[in-house]
Design a protein around this ligand. Structure first.
Ligand code: NAP
Length: 266
């Protein structure tokens, strides 16, 4: 082994962060955290596929991105828990842009239901979207990336609830997110020899339409527990996702980046 003494890095920050010519799928990309991620990946030059249950919302996002940097954007209606839909999504991305380089598994649901009222349908739906969806999208994308032979980046949006419960009423959600984190680590191990990194971002308390449904008092209590004194912005997850999707993070795999204003420190 030769260890060279390089006084400074050879690649510029601009090159490291540049995603021109790469294609990314962002699930649940039409609003909230997904939208924050779509914006930053597109700004860095990636072709971005906005995959969402809501076709109209995804198309509106793509229309708003028109004219940003070279490359393109595409809206694809998709339910991540539907195996055929996921296959169609990956095929559409590759047909349109020629390859798939980045997958951001962001789509997720978090209905707050205490265990005593948690019915089997709700439990199953949360696992289906948050965990089975992650598996389906990762498997389909990894197959393409391995076939292409040029590596890839997979970024899974978990939650601080993948590490520690944030509030009562999320047992089903916490089960799905702990599962997502375990899945991330094992798949990172398997895909590393193919040059594909698999990492997670664990957000906590981000201002999205999804948390708009939460009880106002619960939200207030949650915000007061955040050492930085405020909820986060979807763009702050977008910036973390750009780091993990770009060559800035070239030696990172199987990691979970907590982005929560310090909430887990309490
Ligand atoms: P959000 O505001 O509810 O947005 C989620 C987006 O995903 C919506 O556009 C939704 O479409 C779409 N979606 C839902 N189910 C889908 C499915 N089966 N297939 C495809 N798209 C689907 O949620 P968010 O707060 O941005 O959360 C995004 C991710 O971050 C989730 O995985 C969540 O667990 C995680 N997270 C969020 C926070 C937070 O504080 N916000 C904290 C920790 C983790 P529809 O509107 O049509 O349903």
């Amino acid at each position: 082994m030769t260890i060279t003494r390089t006084p400074y890095a050879q690649t510029s920050v601009q090159e490291l962060i540049d995603l021109t010519g790469r294609t990314a799928i962002v699930t649940g990309g039409a609003m909230g955290i997904g939208l924050g991620i779509v914006g930053r990946l597109r700004e860095a030059g990636a072709n971005v596929v906005v995959a969402d249950l809501d076709r109209e919302a995804a198309e509106a996002v793509v229309a708003g991105l028109d004219g940003q940097r070279p490359g393109g954007a595409l809206a694809v209606p998709a339910d991540v828990s539907d195996p055929d839909g996921v296959e169609r999504l990956v095929a559409k991305a590759v047909d349109t842009f020629g390859a798939l380089d980045i997958l951001v598994n962001n789509a997720g649901i978090y209905p707050n239901v205490p265990l005593a009222e948690l019915d089997l349908d709700t439990f199953r739906r949360v696992i289906d979207v948050n965990l089975t969806g992650l598996y389906l999208c990762t498997k389909a994308a990894a197959e393409r990336m391995i076939e292409q032979g040029t590596g890839g980046r997979i970024v899974n949006i978990t939650s601080i609830d993948a590490l520690h419960p944030s509030m009562v009423g999320l047992a089903h959600y916490d089960a799905s997110k702990h599962g997502a984190w375990g899945f991330t680590k094992n798949v990172a191990l398997e895909l590393a020899p193919h040059g594909i990194s698999v990492n997670a971002i664990a957000p906590g308390g981000i201002k999205t339409p999804g948390i708009g449904d939460a009880d106002e008092a619960d939200l207030e209590a949650f915000a007061q527990m955040i050492p930085m004194g405020r909820l986060g912005d979807p763009d702050e997850i977008g910036r973390a996702a750009l780091f993990l999707a770009s060559d800035l993070s070239s030696y990172i795999t199987g990691a979970q980046l907590v982005v929560d204003g310090g909430r887990l420190l309490r």
